[in-house]
Structures are given as structure tokens and as C-alpha cells.
Design a protein around this ligand. Structure first.
Ligand SMILES: [Zn+2]
Length: 306
């Protein structure tokens, strides 16, 4: 599990029974969004798959301009059409930090997550070939920023590879709170056992203890998570996790500081299992990460447009 580190993961029971995804596959994306289904020829920074491009998933999809990290939303006279998320704030939380492993004392410091105390942050997991979760999360987050800014959203990050470690999980939550974010998504990839596959979205459970009070965000976070899961399935073609969530792609947890301390709608997504070779082949592909970013972003857009 990415929160514990690959060596501390509890064994997860295999679940043989797969059932249809019960999440919001009906999370329909407005037609306007089809226009921003982008080719994944851009930003493939050497994920290693050799994939040069993905085909558009809709016959009527027009190629979009390649998103870049420094791309900014452009003002438009018809803001409601071209910038449907104008005025909305999305905080993207790239899980972990590529520098965490060099700062074990700092990230092992205990912080108050309301219900208990927990490590400030963790190193995250990696593929068997050494592609780190912290690199994956930053890459997907940057792709999301380009897509969401195109929709007119104001996008803030909890970290952008611009600090040596962290931030701590409590600070990650506070960044979303202080931004008065309309939605927060924390990006991760899991470190489960080989042979265990698929994505899952983690929803905040109800907790009220110390500084943790998730009561007001449980329902909107579930709505956000269902939209994200539905869009992720549709865009990436990935199946829901076969090792947690009982085939729903949704898991509720009460032990994550990043969720417990949030006062705004927030979910985590574990995009796949870095320790499984088939999932790792996806996670290390820049083209696939573009699809992942697109799926998550479309889920956010769907949630924010109601
Ligand atoms: Zn993680």
C-alpha cells in the first residue's frame, strides 16, 4: 500500500468474484468535453512504453492542441461555453514527493490527523523496475492541470516537485481547505501484490474526532468519487480493483489524514498497482497516463457541472 510503503503492505485477500462496476458509469460527460479528448502524443517523457499516440476514443473527436505544463487558460468572449469551470477551484494533490526518500527523518515525524497520529508522509511505492509512484503522481497531476485549466478552472497543487520533501498529510489537507477548493483529488498508485490489478477511488468515511470532522464532506466526496471512477473506467478502459472494494472501484477509509482533515470534497485515486507487471506496463506509459489524467479530469468536470 502506498501509504505504508511496499514492505509494510498487509496481505490483501484475492477476490475472485468480479461484478459489474456499480459506480456512476452514467456519469455522462457533456458533449462539449469530447472536444478536449486529447491525443496522448504530448508530454510522453519517457515512460518507456514506446507508445507514440493513442487514437481518439470518439470518431468525431478533433485533435486538440497539445497541453503543456505552462499552458494557461486563455480568456474568451464566450466564457460559459469555452470555460465551463470558470470560478471553480480544483486542488490536485500529487501523492508523496520524489525527494521523500532522502528525508526520512522529516517524513517520519508524526502529525495529528484528528483520529490519531501518523507519519507526516511516506515515500510511496514503485514498479519493480524502479519507476517511482512520486514521479507518476506528479506527471498525472501536471497533465490534469493542463486539461482542467483549459476548462477554465483554477488549479492549485499541494506540491509541484518544487520542495525537497512532503508536504505532510495534514498540510496537504489544509492546502485544499484554505483554497476553498470545490474539489480535491489526491493522485496515487498502489503497491499491492503481483497479480492484483485495477484502480480504486478512496472516499472519506465519517469521522469526528480532534480536528477531523468529515460529516459535511462524506456525501459530496462520494459524488465526486463516483464521477471520477466512472470517467476513469470509460476513458482508460481499466477495471475496478480486484483486491479491494468488492468490484465497485470505491473504498471508504477513516485512517487517512489527507481525507480526515479535509473540509472540502476530496477523494484519493489509486490508478493501478505498480507491483503488478501488467498494471505497471500501463502506469509507465505516458500515453496511458494521459488517459488517466483525462479520465480523472472528466470526472471532476462532471462533478462540478452537477
Ligand atoms: Zn501513494
Amino acid at each position: 500500500m502506498s501509504y505504508l510503503g511496499p514492505d509494510l503492505d498487509p496481505p490483501q485477500p484475492r477476490r475472485g468474484r468480479r461484478r459489474a462496476l456499480t459506480v456512476a458509469t452514467a456519469a455522462l460527460v457533456p458533449g462539449a468535453l469530447l472536444g478536449w479528448l486529447v491525443y496522448a502524443t504530448v508530454g510522453d517523457d519517457g515512460g518507456g512504453s514506446g507508445e507514440a499516440a493513442v487514437r481518439p476514443s470518439q470518431a468525431n473527436t478533433r485533435p486538440a492542441a497539445p497541453p503543456t505544463d505552462d499552458e494557461k487558460p486563455s480568456p474568451s468572449p464566450s466564457a460559459s461555453d469555452s470555460a465551463p469551470l470558470a470560478g471553480k477551484v480544483v486542488v490536485v494533490d500529487p501523492g508523496h514527493n520524489p525527494g521523500n526518500f532522502r528525508h526520512t527523518a522529516e517524513i517520519n515525524r508524526q502529525v495529528d490527523i484528528g483520529t490519531n497520529r501518523k507519519e507526516c508522509d511516506t515515500t510511496g511505492t514503485s514498479t519493480n523496475a524502479g519507476y517511482r509512484e512520486a514521479e507518476f503522481t506528479l506527471d498525472v497531476a501536471r497533465r490534469m492541470r493542463a486539461l482542467l485549466e483549459k476548462q477554465g478552472a483554477t488549479v492549485e497543487f499541494t506540491q509541484d516537485g518544487d520542495r525537497p520533501w512532503g508536504p505532510c498529510v495534514d498540510e496537504r489537507a489544509r492546502i485544499g481547505n484554505k483554497a476553498h477548493a470545490d474539489a480535491v483529488v489526491s493522485i496515487h498508485a498502489d503497491g499491492a501484490g503481483a497479480g492484483q490489478r485495477g484502480f480504486h477511488v478512496i472516499l472519506p468515511g465519517k469521522v469526528a474526532e480532534g480536528d477531523a470532522n468529515t460529516g459535511p464532506i462524506v456525501a459530496p466526496s462520494r459524488a465526486l468519487g463516483e464521477r471520477v471512477a466512472g470517467a476513469f473506467v470509460r476513458v482508460t478502459g481499466s477495471a475496478a480493483s480486484d483486491y479491494v472494494g468488492d468490484g465497485t472501484g470505491l473504498v471508504t477509509r477513516q485512517d487517512l489524514g489527507g481525507l480526515n482533515l479535509s473540509t472540502v470534497p476530496k477523494v484519493f485515486i489509486e490508478c493501478g498497482n505498480m507491483r503488478d507487471s501488467k498494471d505497471a506496463a500501463l502506469l509507465t506509459s505516458g500515453a496511458w497516463r494521459q488517459k488517466a489524467a483525462q479520465g480523472i479530469s472528466e470526472g471532476i468536470v462532471s462533478f462540478l457541472r452537477g
